[in-house]
Design a binder for this molecule. Structure first.
Ligand SMILES: Cc1cc2nc3c(=O)[nH]c(=O)nc-3n(C[C@H](O)[C@H](O)[C@H](O)COP(=O)(O)OP(=O)(O)OC[C@H]3O[C@@H](n4cnc5c(N)ncnc54)[C@H](O)[C@@H]3O)c2cc1C
Length: 460
């Protein structure tokens, strides 16, 4: 208790009451993230640094008192990565939200870690640029995206966060400030610490600033919705669409029932005849983009031909507004699944050539265990999100282990983009190579010898 009082006193002197929450002032939001089924927990305090120097001060104080630090962006994570433990200090980056510099010559933007994707998009859009990482939650922060190596729907064309971050300013566990990378696109100068920190879920360092690639924003888009009578025909369509010279910006898979529920919830009229809807077991959503309308139209015709050749029940070209609404509805799939009572969301990844086999195995696991498993996701990346409805926690654990094992046997991984956090720790450990885990633990101790950064995450 004396130790807790001392650290609070010290933080109060440095941050004052406006940038520090203690006791009852810690609202529900800071006790949880968006993971399903995890238990909220009140931390010792929440600190709101405004600069890299502030973060350094927080970590120096925390390391002096050996108090665990849980970095937090917007708390939209789905794996319990930002979930605090009792006695921990939550370091929220929400007041580190400055866009520092757009460098048009280098096509980069430098931002503080607490900048949200929607804030960055509002800034870049009128300037004709885009930062292309679009996870389903645009309220998430760049720091959170870096820490989870966030992906999202546009990864099929642009890649994930890892492919967009050129440099980072980070603070180590003892408060040391360090820069890695910068506004340049290649380097062969020692270990790439930028890439090591990306995806480390707040266990190695706190990301304070990031230098990101930006792209010219193509003004023309075309969305095509293609229903299929069964899953088997979908894989041929995916193969065909990914083999064309200009890949789509978005290539999403959605189970028929899920798509109809999404459309109904958002009041979206898809313009598909009832007969096709009744026969549709699954859908593909394809979005093309281009700098010239004629090019976009041509790409759309090629994609539609691939869909038709693969046996889709129709290829429905949506107008711009319908297309945007459909993508927004797809982004809300998580909330729909959560409100329908999903007990877990699984985001495994396999080589995209194995996605059909994974789906068959998951369907069979669902049938054998009496679990309802709905699928929607980034099929072009080999990454489908499964919403698992299985209230029995023991059986649910078995189902999850079976799905993770199936993905591993197909050459995949436990998490494509949501991270391991606290929720997937046992599955990650059970399905990972021991030598790899040991090496990762050594890297963790080199960065954070006293283990104060987000303990319990990734490794348990
Ligand atoms: C509706 C919905 C849809 C989603 N769709 C997608 C999707 O399509 N693709 C996808 O990838 N994700 C998706 N997500 C998950 C989530 O948005 C991402 O994981 C996002 O990157 C989390 O960002 P955040 O700012 O909310 O981070 P938080 O949830 O606050 O934290 C996530 C992790 O990052 C760490 N962290 C946060 N900030 C920092 C920092 N500055 N330095 C070091 N560590 C830090 C935390 O400790 C934690 O481990 C979705 C979430 C929701 C709710």
């Amino acid at each position: 208790m004396a130790l807790e009082a001392s650290i609070i006193d010290e933080l109060q002197v440095r941050f004052g009451p406006t940038n520090l929450l203690v006791g009852d002032r810690i609202t529900e939001n800071y006790r949880k993230d968006e993971s399903i089924g995890t238990t909220p927990c009140a931390p010792l305090c929440v600190v709101f640094p405004e600069s890299t120097e502030d973060v350094s001060a927080v970590l120096s104080i925390a390391s002096q008192y050996s108090v665990p630090v849980v970095p937090r962006g917007a708390g939209t994570g789905l794996s319990g990565g930002a979930l605090p433990k009792a006695g921990s200090l939550v370091l929220s980056t929400e007041r580190m939200n400055a866009i520092l510099e757009l460098n048009r010559q280098d096509s980069t933007v430098r931002v503080q870690a607490g900048v949200t994707l929607s804030q960055l998009d509002e800034y870049l859009m009128p300037l004709g640029y885009v930062y292309p990482v679009y996870p389903g939650e645009l309220g998430s922060t760049i720091g959170g995206n870096v820490a989870t190596n966030a992906g999202g729907m546009r990864a099929v064309k642009y890649g994930v966060t890892r492919h967009q971050v050129l440099g980072l300013t980070i603070v180590l566990a003892d408060g040391t400030v360090m820069h890695s990378g910068g506004s340049y696109v290649k380097s062969s100068s020692g270990y790439d610490l930028t890439q090591l920190v990306i995806g480390s879920e707040g266990t190695l360092a706190v990301a304070c600033e990031a230098t990101l690639r930006v792209y010219l924003r193509p003004p023309f888009t075309q969305t095509i919705l293609a229903p299929f009578a069964d899953r088997d025909h979908v894989w041929a369509a995916v193969r065909g669409i990914l083999a064309v010279p200009d890949p789509p910006m978005i290539l999403e898979y959605v189970d028929g029932a899920a798509l109809h529920a999404m459309a109904a919830q958002s009041g979206l009229e898809l313009g598909i005849p009832q007969g096709a809807k009744d026969s549709a077991a699954v859908y593909l959503i394809v979005v093309l983009e281009a700098f010239a309308e004629a090019v976009c139209d041509e790409q759309a015709e090629i994609a539609a031909a691939c869909l038709e050749d693969a046996g889709s029940l129709g290829q429905y070209f949506l107008n711009v507004r319908q297309g945007e609404l459909l993508i927004t509805a797809r982004e809300s799939a998580f909330w729909l699944a959560k409100s329908a009572g999903a007990n877990e969301i699984i985001d495994v990844v396999v080589p995209r050539s194995s996605i059909g086999q994974l789906m068959d195995e998951v369907a069979s696991i669902g049938e054998q265990t009496g679990s309802w498993i709905s699928a929607a996701g980034h099929v072009g990346d080999g990454n489908i999100h499964f919403s698992l409805f299985q209230p029995d926690s023991t059986l649910r654990g078995e189902v999850m282990m079976a799905i993770y094992t199936a993905a591993g046997n197909l050459g995949g991984e436990v998490s494509a983009e949501h991270g391991i956090g606290s929720v997937k720790v046992p599955y990650y450990i059970a399905t990972s190579d021991e030598a790899k885990l040991e090496l990762m633990k050594s890297i963790k101790s080199a960065f954070d010898p006293s283990g104060i950064l987000n303990p319990g995450k990734i490794f348990g």
